[in-house]
Design a protein around this ligand. Structure first.
Ligand SMILES: C[S@@+](CC[C@H](N)C(=O)[O-])C[C@H]1O[C@@H](n2cnc3c(N)ncnc32)[C@H](O)[C@@H]1O
Length: 244
């Protein structure tokens, strides 16, 4: 594939009417570049998932990646946990993302240990999981389904199992401007123009609805997680470990 095709230019040309963001073919074709240039700390989170999984994934269990996109988390986990009795389950409701995920992941993870499911997270029955990961996906789900989903994930975990939840956070009014400015600066330094940054922000306005840190922690605790640790934060992007 030529570099032109894999560099994110989705919002580089002025649009008369910016439509809502979707994980369609335009986005799927440039997604690795888009997420690295947009989410501070993304590579750290992905590589640390390998470290976390080496600690928490146990034999004869399932590992779920909800909103698996192109399979970055699954590949990181598998690189540290090559236990034949572990089953890897990637879920995504975008066919464009999941088809590319298949191309990348089926080359690496043995097919008898892998299920890639095109479905919405709300319709998944979780079971026997030692590790369930949800990186930057809950924020794209309707707020009214979030509590039930987190409860279903909790119920599907084994005792001592872990849910890793990474999200962009809504900020307190007083911190909003500082965090937004720093994130904008991060994107500028990664080569995005002001036009790209502002058009993408408009496109995400109705589809990416952020919760505050305390809302996440309260929700995780309310379904039964006994320990909730924010283990990573960079600007307004964070990742929690929730232990059953
Ligand atoms: C920002 S991306 C996630 C990035 C990915 N987890 C990673 O670490 O590279 C969000 C993904 O969630 C998927 N998604 C959004 N809503 C979903 C839902 N209700 N059920 C399943 N997947 C969903 C999108 O198609 C997209 O691939």
């Amino acid at each position: 594939m030529s570099p032109m095709k894999t560099t994110d230019q989705v919002y580089s040309v002025k649009q008369r009417h910016v439509i809502d963001f979707a994980f369609d073919e335009n986005v799927a074709s440039v997604f690795p570049d888009m997420i690295r240039r947009s989410v501070p700390g993304y590579d750290t989170i992905i590589s640390m998932l390998g470290v976390l999984s080496a600690r928490y994934v146990i034999e004869n269990s399932n590992v779920y990646d909800i909103g698996c996109s192109l399979g970055a988390s699954l590949l990181s986990i598998y690189s540290q946990v090559q236990v034949p009795s572990v089953h890897y389950i990637g879920v995504d409701n975008s066919s464009e993302m999941l088809n590319r995920c298949k191309d990348a992941v089926e080359k690496v993870i043995p097919l008898d240990q892998l299920s890639l499911i095109e479905r919405s997270a709300e319709d998944i029955k979780f079971s026997n999981s030692s590790l369930t990961v949800m990186n930057f996906t809950l924020q794209f789900m309707r707020p009214e389904v979030r509590l039930d989903l987190v409860r279903t994930i909790y119920k599907g975990l084994l005792p001592g199992g872990v849910f890793v939840l990474s999200e962009k956070l809504a900020q307190e009014e007083s911190d909003h401007e500082t965090m937004t400015t720093l994130h904008h600066q991060f994107k500028s330094l990664n080569g995005y123009s002001d036009l790209e940054i502002s058009q993408k922000r408009t496109a995400l306005e109705n589809v990416m609805l952020l919760d505050k840190r305390e809302q996440h922690i309260d929700r995780l605790k309310s379904v039964g997680f006994k320990q909730v640790l924010p283990w990573f934060q960079c600007f307004n992007f964070t990742s929690f470990i929730a232990v059953k």
